[in-house]
Design a binder for this molecule. Structure first.
Ligand code: AMP
Length: 575
């Protein structure tokens, strides 16, 4: 009888995670500051002999580097001793501390002792490394029900996900798992033959991951410091500075995954001649992507190697599963999309899917009925119309620029940067579309509204952020950089309705923003009669064009209307 907690553990190089089966559904267990991700770091307090694991150990790293160890997974299966201060431990023992910490915290959360677990290992782990992992489990007082490959766990999870869009993908038995973590990269191709999943190919680089992205940023910060303060810290061996810059780099990197630029404003990262050294700069995603492009390219080379090893072409692959925190990097998704010529995104948190899959595996072993895992994802890509490409025949700007990709788990928040086209541009018409085509004409428009710009030379940047919540609302925020010019609008995606808090104080209104706003302006007594008449006439014409569905005149009328409304609002007619 199993009647015991069903538990899966992702014992990772950088981070670990524990998942439990609850009512037939695997769930990650939040343990530290609401996060399910526990740093795989162990430290020993020499004074008390206490073993410290996770975030607390991470915090001790800078102050007690000789008492603290990270990335112990790299040493698994090796006959070696790791010293935490005076005390020596085998890699299995260190790993057992992490496992013990996870199951103790997990047991406390559910009020039951966790005794049996499924643990994952990389597909390339050899026998000695696998045995060492089992030993670590035993040292933690656990029965290791099974050791499974990380890509297999991830693919198992996706098989149990209710995913309407998987149609074509599910038809192919080949799954590619792209796993880019903090310190390692693995790509595996699996074939599903009924219940059996065979790893056809597994390639990777055990010294490539998000840490390398951080190092590129650190080098960039050090160059900035050298230019500004005339001191080169790169060979200083200043550990405290490196630790601080690493934390800043990681935060910057994570910000750039969701936003088009990051502002870095840090005081006193170190001192030069008794003076504090501050970091104050802005970095765009584009600049960051140039720094890491070659690293991402190395992973693409490995993907091609894996395909070759499995004797498959890109088109043969069904599902592409993204695993590991660094696979959130937009450039990674972009490069994979170019390679596979389709949208590539993750619908399950890439940090958690290995642990969740291990938990599913445990459930299958003990015959626990598994429910479908329901996840809330965006069914279509969401974005705006931009003028990046013109149709020379019609002169139309019709380029669809994606902000939130299809199949992204919600809630989510993403931002992009767009630029004004002409000097002193008065307004932009923000048109929101959903769909997968590069051309807006082939996607569906879910709303549009005007955004007034402050006078600025052409190329004035506007940050456009989409925050998609669980209720199906997209909260759109526009902000012209460098100006006090912010606008917030909410779109209800289920009804394609625009809710503009400024105009309607939360009251829902139809997409036809122009008419209601126009009528209000036309009724304003502080507006000269001539302009009011002109506006009323334009509005009538506009409504008629809407009724006829005459796209060309709707567009040109909208433009004239917006200009006129702008003029009235700015009080330009007060002569
Ligand atoms: P893992 O080893 O799978 O836990 O992945 C950890 C790595 O993912 C670290 O290098 C993190 O800095 C990185 N990471 C986590 N979140 C993000 C994000 N949103 N964008 C880019 N990298 C991330």
């Amino acid at each position: 009888m199993h009647n015991e907690p069903i538990c899966g553990i992702d014992l990772g190089t950088t981070n670990s995670c524990l998942a439990l089966l609850r009512d037939g559904t695997p769930e990650p267990l939040c343990m530290e500051e609401g996060s399910a991700i526990v740093p795989s770091i162990v430290s020993r307090d020499d004074a008390t002999g206490r073993i410290i694991v996770g975030r607390e150990a991470l915090n001790r790293f800078a102050a007690f580097p000789h008492h603290t160890v990270r990335s112990i997974k790299r040493l698994m299966g090796k006959e070696t001793t790791v010293f935490l201060g005076e005390q020596g431990y085998s890699p299995e023992e260190i790993s057992s501390f992490i496992l013990k910490y996870l199951v103790t915290k997990g047991g406390e959360a559910i009020g039951r002792e966790i005794r049996r677990v499924v643990i994952t290992v990389p597909a390339y782990f050899n026998d000695a490394q696998r045995r060492a992992t089992i030993k670590a489990g035993e040292l933690a007082g656990l029965e290791v029900v099974r050791i499974i490959n990380e890509p297999t766990a991830a693919s198992l999870l996706y098989e149990n996900v209710e995913d309407e869009d998987a149609g074509d993908e599910a038809a192919s038995p080949y799954i590619l798992v792209y796993d880019l973590g903090g310190g390692t990269f693995d790509v595996s191709i699996l074939e599903i033959k009924g219940e059996i999943k065979e790893v056809l190919a597994s390639c990777g680089d055990s010294a490539l991951g998000g840490d390398d992205f951080d190092e590129r940023l650190i080098a960039f910060f050090l160059r900035q410091i050298r230019e500004q303060y005339g001191h080169d810290f790169s060979d200083d061996g200043d550990r405290a500075l490196h630790t601080r810059l690493k934390a800043i780099a990681e935060q910057t990197k994570i910000t750039l995954s969701d936003a088009p630029f990051a502002r870095i404003s840090e005081v006193a990262v170190t001192v030069v001649n008794g003076e504090p050294v501050n970091l104050d700069l802005e970095l765009t995603r584009k600049e960051y992507e140039e720094m890491i492009a070659d690293l991402v390219e190395q992973t693409v080379v490995k993907v091609n190697e894996a395909l070759k090893e499995a004797h498959l072409e890109c088109d043969d692959i069904g599902r592409i599963v993204l695993v590991g925190g660094s696979s959130r990097t937009p450039l990674v998704q972009e490069r994979l999309e170019q390679l596979f010529e389709r949208t590539v995104s993750f619908s399950i948190d890439p940090d958690l899917c290995v642990a969740l899959g291990a938990c599913v595996q445990h459930g299958l072993i003990v015959g626990e009925p598994l429910g479908h895992i329901l996840i809330d994802v965006t069914a279509h890509s969401l974005g705006v119309k931009t003028s990046d490409s013109f149709d020379p025949e019609s002169g139309d700007a019709d380029f669809f620029s994606t902000i939130i990709r299809r199949n992204t788990a919600i809630p989510t928040r993403k931002a992009e940067l767009y630029y004004s086209n002409v000097d002193n541009q008065k307004m932009v018409k923000v048109e929101v579309f959903q769909g997968e085509s590069e051309s807006c004409k082939e996607n569906s428009c879910i709303g549009s509204f005007p955004y007034s710009l402050k006078p600025a030379p052409a190329g004035s940047p506007v940050i456009t952020e989409f925050a998609y919540d669980k209720e199906g609302l997209i909260h759109i925020t526009l902000e012209q950089k460098g100006f006090d010019n912010r606008k917030e609008v909410t779109l209800d995606i289920r009804s394609n309705r625009l809710i503009d808090p400024e105009e309607a104080a939360g009251e829902e209104k139809i997409v036809n923003y122009m008419v209601s706003k126009g009528r209000k302006l036309a009724a304003r007594s502080d507006t000269p009669q001539k302009l009011r008449d002109e506006l009323s006439a334009l509005l009538d014409e506009y409504v008629a064009a809407l009724g006829e569905g005459n796209e060309a005149s709707i567009d040109s009328l909208e433009e004239r209307l917006l200009e006129l409304m702008d003029e009235i609002e700015e009080g330009a007619g007060d002569e």
